[in-house]
Design a protein around this ligand. Structure first.
Ligand SMILES: Cc1cc2nc3c(=O)[nH]c(=O)nc-3n(C[C@H](O)[C@H](O)[C@H](O)COP(=O)(O)OP(=O)(O)OC[C@H]3O[C@@H](n4cnc5c(N)ncnc54)[C@H](O)[C@@H]3O)c2cc1C
Length: 401
């Protein structure tokens, strides 16, 4: 996390309202919300007041029978999971470094992991939100009722707003029951072309996967590791009742047989947990490729084009993993890339491929002095907001990066 002398850490939402109103009226210090600090790719330059939200971590209301919870946004994801699991419920969003990451950060980044295919994203779970705009005005949208779509949908606007429109202080979530069990099947293949054929078959599978993840040879998982293998790994995840999950795993393996996988391994229940965690933490954890990589990006493209992209990434030694059912690829440049010029040379063909398929490539993290977005056309470093939205929520430009 960046060091700064300017830090404000509110104990209550009221403290934050007061601070922000005063700031807008007098100091007009630029503001940067910080949850767990796990996703701070793009820290604003210059003197910026860090608003640390981790003390806003209370449970406001948990009517478990309604399957909703209202909490403050600074709650750590691991703590939220612990509270919900006591009622056999969960928020099925996979978040790396859950001990650190906060709910507000997950909502602001709209982060999602392998279960996105079967469970959706934060937009599907946030049913009420309270936030404070740059002038210190508190506003709320939605509520505890699960069906709530009247008027302009501020809930959906703030999910993915990246701390650039308002500070999220309180959230009501829709919950799901914890499934009886889960399983992950790892199948390895010699080429992305073979995996492409399996994915086409999966579209008509008798099974209902929760997750379909494909990793190129630079990105293999310990849980399914074949030492020195240069293979492509397809991971398919299931959740549900024990019998149903076992049947789906057997069916999938039978469906994949004609494509001649080099290996097939299934993990069930608690044995599958480390593999789910590895798939989730692919972004950055101790020994992952990202820990040594200078730059991480996310590409969005048609699901049918993801294998072509993974192949191109592999040829450039980029460690890449696709949420193949959603057309999202996360990639880490290799650790031996040390200059912006080298990085740009690798990203250019990847960006060209994505853009020629009407997709997009976003750099998530990079050294702050690498002007990648200027060097390579078609790459973005964040979301563009309309002038009108910014004028309404941040007329003084205090959240602008
Ligand atoms: C750009 C990017 C880079 C990532 N890099 C990594 C990585 O290197 N390692 C890793 O493990 N995971 C990474 N992730 C995934 C990350 O772990 C999740 O997005 C996580 O949910 C972030 O939670 P946090 O509390 O740590 O957020 P923070 O890192 O504290 O904040 C992330 C963003 O959300 C904003 N924000 C935080 N809280 C609030 C709030 N209450 N209201 C409004 N805005 C808020 C911040 O201003 C910031 O822009 C990345 C995700 C993204 C989008």
């Amino acid at each position: 996390m960046p060091e700064s002398r300017l830090v404000f850490q509110p104990d209550t939402q009221e403290d934050l309202v007061r601070f922000m109103a005063e700031n807008a009226a007098t100091g007009r210090q630029r503001l940067h919300a910080i949850g767990g600090g796990t996703a701070l790719g793009e820290v604003p330059a210059g003197d910026v007041m860090q608003i640390r939200l981790d003390k806003l971590n209370r449970v406001i209301d948990y009517p478990a029978r309604d399957m909703t919870i209202t909490v403050e946004a600074g709650i750590r994801m691991s703590e939220l999971t612990r509270i919900l699991s006591a009622e056999n419920q969960r928020l099925p969003i996979d978040v790396p470094q859950a001990e650190q990451a906060t709910l507000g950060g997950v909502i602001a980044t709209n982060w999602s992991g392998p279960r996105r295919l079967g469970c959706g994203t934060m937009r599907d779970y946030v049913i009420g939100i309270s936030a404070i705009d740059a002038t210190g005005r508190r506003f709320s949208a939605g509520g505890r009722v699960v069906k709530n779509v009247a008027g302009y949908d501020l809930c959906k606007l703030l999910v993915g707003s990246n701390g650039e429109l308002a500070i999220i202080t309180q959230v009501t979530l829709k919950l799901r029951p914890v499934p009886e069990t889960s399983a992950l099947v790892g199948l390895t293949f010699d080429s992305t072309r073979q995996v492409e054929a399996v994915l086409a078959r999966l579209m008509n599978s008798a099974t209902r996967p929760m997750a379909i993840e494909v990793l190129n040879p630079q990105a293999s998982l310990n849980s399914f590791a074949e030492p020195q293998s240069k293979r492509v790994l397809l991971c398919v995840g299931y959740e549900g009742a024990e019998r149903e999950v076992r049947w789906q795993v057997e069916t999938l393996i039978a469906e994949a047989q004609p494509f001649e996988p080099r290996s097939a391994k299934s993990l069930f229940g608690s044995d599958a947990e480390p593999a789910w965690a590895e798939l989730t933490d692919f972004v950055l954890s101790g020994e992952s490729p990202a820990a040594r990589s200078p730059l991480t990006f996310k590409a969005s493209l048609l699901p049918s084009r993801t294998m072509e992209f993974l192949q191109l990434a592999a040829e450039a030694s980029v460690s890449a993993k696709a949420h193949a059912g959603n057309g999202i690829v996360l990639g880490h440049l290799p650790g031996n890339v040390t200059t912006a010029v080298q990085a740009a040379a690798i990203l250019k063909p990847l960006s060209e491929l994505v853009n020629s398929r009407n997709g997009g490539l976003t750099v998530l993290r990079r050294p702050s002095d690498w002007p990648i977005t200027e060097q390579v056309g078609g790459i973005t470093a964040g979301r563009q907001w309309s002038e009108r939205i910014q004028q309404q929520l941040d007329p003084l430009g205090l959240f602008r990066r």
